[in-house]
Design a protein around this ligand. Structure first.
Ligand code: XMP
Length: 528
């Protein structure tokens, strides 16, 4: 994918959009994004910021509270990231989680030392003193501990308000200032009442009202798009996925027919998908859609390509070439829509451009700079599940909104080896059965993705009185919160059995089905 994306004109972090905001400071925990999502589930706007975020940025935000995330380090390491001074100067409540708690202790005048043993996993805490954070909750609570260091001396003004068998200070608090520290993770599902604690912090302690809703987001975003675009035209690449469809629907609501959607049908989609995209966007949403049937061009460029990365590059380049060709036909277009999401914004802020990538992910919409288009990115502050909620609020069909993510290079990276029309059709038949059966069994919505991979391994089988020699299909079904990590799904045996029977019986060329039981890491979700 050539580096041709035009620069965005917006700051990586929006200064809170004027909303009462909870700021999460990211000390590198794998759960930092999860904390941010959990707060937003409470209908309170929340931003994830780096610890070195300057005071000037923060002053533009209506900060009502700060959460210091966990992190992999030890607070007494020399290079340990610390909370900036503004955290304690804003006069707002602060919640420190694990590493964040130890920072609170250390930076406010207490003492932290190495624990004798690392405490990790389930534990029960007992409330020792009434406090707002645990208000309305039972005195004894299951929590998920994770810490190596321990508080040896609490800072002035703090007291222990809950203990666990291994932690005399499982929760510490300065009730006066609304400062709390937790030795455990309230954001993970293994702390069953964790969301109630976060609600207590966000509502009772920080005093936010929870008025950040889908309806409000839509109204504001529509107004912002109208302001940015004026009487200009916007081009949007439609892929059929949730992100580009929701982005297009928002922009369409803002500027109507001055949005032109370009749908490049690369022939690598699932059964009936191209028709569905055109139907949903063109008929249901009444958007202006240019449907480019480009299967032949893509397949010609993929001929005899077996290397996964070469496939991605060929597909990316072909896409850009076609998209550019079509975009140039849209007279007077000055803007390009992209379905960039908040995790992309955070990741690029965390690692900068050019960090090591395991797979190059092809994102729809890169265009040469000489086209001089300004980006419109209405989803850049949203997580995937929030995009779905917005999609529902915009009236998009349910099956579209809740469809599993689908990679840009499509089925080309699920056909191992040579990508031909025939092999794609074989995989499409299997893929349809997989979608039908998982939906019928009611497990589809619990999965992050489930799909087939057409391997290039031929195996011997027997059908009736005949010997068969066909391809093995690998079934992949995973659960995940985001695609950074994933686990193979424990699909019920009867669902697996039905899938295997139907695929082998109904799809010519496939005579064996195997189930992939590799988690990520060490595997990746896709095979290529
Ligand atoms: P992996 O295979 O890296 O996949 O574990 C993580 C998630 O990303 C999707 N994926 C892609 N998406 N272009 C995309 O737009 C790609 O090249 C690509 N490769 C993988 C994959 O489906 C999973 O959801």
């Amino acid at each position: 994918m050539p580096d041709s994306t035009p620069p965005s004109t917006i700051d990586p972090h929006d200064p809170g959009k004027g909303h009462p905001t909870i700021v999460v400071l990211d000390f590198g925990s794998q759960y930092s994004m999860l904390i941010t999502r959990r707060v937003r589930e409470l209908n309170t706007y929340c931003e994830l910021l780096a610890p070195d975020t300057p005071r000037e940025t923060v002053e533009k935000i209506d900060v009502r509270g700060v959460i210091l995330s966990g992190g992999p380090g030890s607070v007494y390491d020399e290079a340990a990231p610390r909370a900036p001074a503004w955290v304690f100067e804003l006069g707002v409540p602060v919640l420190g989680i694990c590493y964040g708690m130890q920072l609170l202790a250390q930076q406010l005048g207490g003492r932290v030392g190495p624990g004798t043993e690392r405490e990790y996993g389930p534990a029960t805490i007992e409330r020792e003193k009434e406090n707002a954070l645990l208000g309305g909750l039972p005195g004894s609570l299951e929590v998920w501990m994770s810490h190596g260091d321990r508080i040896e001396e609490m800072p002035p003004g703090f007291e222990s308000v809950a203990t666990s068998p291994n932690s005399p200070v499982a929760v510490m608090a300065d009730l006066e200032r609304g400062y709390y520290g937790l030795q455990f993770h309230p954001e993970v599902v293994h702390t069953p009442r964790g969301q109630d604690m976060l609600r207590n912090f966000v509502r009772e302690i920080c005093g936010t009202s929870g008025d950040w809703t889908a309806g409000q987001f839509i109204d504001e975003t529509v107004a912002e798009i109208q302001e940015q675009v004026g009487d200009g035209k916007v081009i949007c690449g439609l892929s059929g996925g949730v992100d580009s469809t929701v982005a297009a629907a928002l922009i369409h609501r803002a500027i109507g027919d001055r949005l032109v959607c370009i749908f490049v049908d690369n022939g690598l989609l699932r059964v009936d998908e191209a028709e569905q995209v055109v139907k949903t966007a063109g008929q249901h949403l009444e958007m202006n859609v240019v449907h480019v049937a480009a299967e032949d061009e893509f397949l010609a460029n993929l001929a005899e390509v077996t290397n996964p990365e070469t496939k991605r590059v060929r597909i990316g380049n072909t896409f850009v070439r076609i998209f550019e060709r079509e975009a140039r036909k849209v007279e007077g277009a000055r803007f390009l829509a992209q379905g960039t999401l908040y995790p992309d914004v955070i990741e690029s802020a965390r690692h900068g451009a050019g960090s090591a990538k395991i797979k190059t992910h092809h994102n729809v919409g890169g265009l040469p700079e000489d086209m001089d288009l300004e980006l419109v990115e209405p989803l850049r502050f949203l997580f995937k599940d929030e995009v779905r909620r917005i999609g529902e609020a915009l009236g998009l069909p349910r099956e579209m909104v809740w469809r599993h993510p689908f990679p840009g290079p499509g089925l080309a990276i699920r056909v191992i080896g040579d990508v031909t029309k025939e092999r794609l059709d074989t995989l499409r038949m299997a893929d349809r059965i997989i979608a039908e059966e998982t939906q019928a069994a009611g497990v589809y919505d619990d999965l992050w993705q489930c799909f087939g991979v057409l391997t290039d391994t031929k195996t011997v089988g027997v059908m009736g009185d005949y010997r068969t020699y066909g391809y093995a299909l690998a079934l992949r079904a995973v659960t995940a919160d985001d695609a950074m990590t994933a686990d193979w799904a424990r699909l019920p045996y009867d669902v697996l059995a039905r899938l295997s029977t139907r695929i082998v019986n109904e799809v010519p060329g496939i005579n064996r089905v195997v189930y992939d039981i590799t988690s990520k890491p060490p595997g990746t979700i896709e095979w290529e």
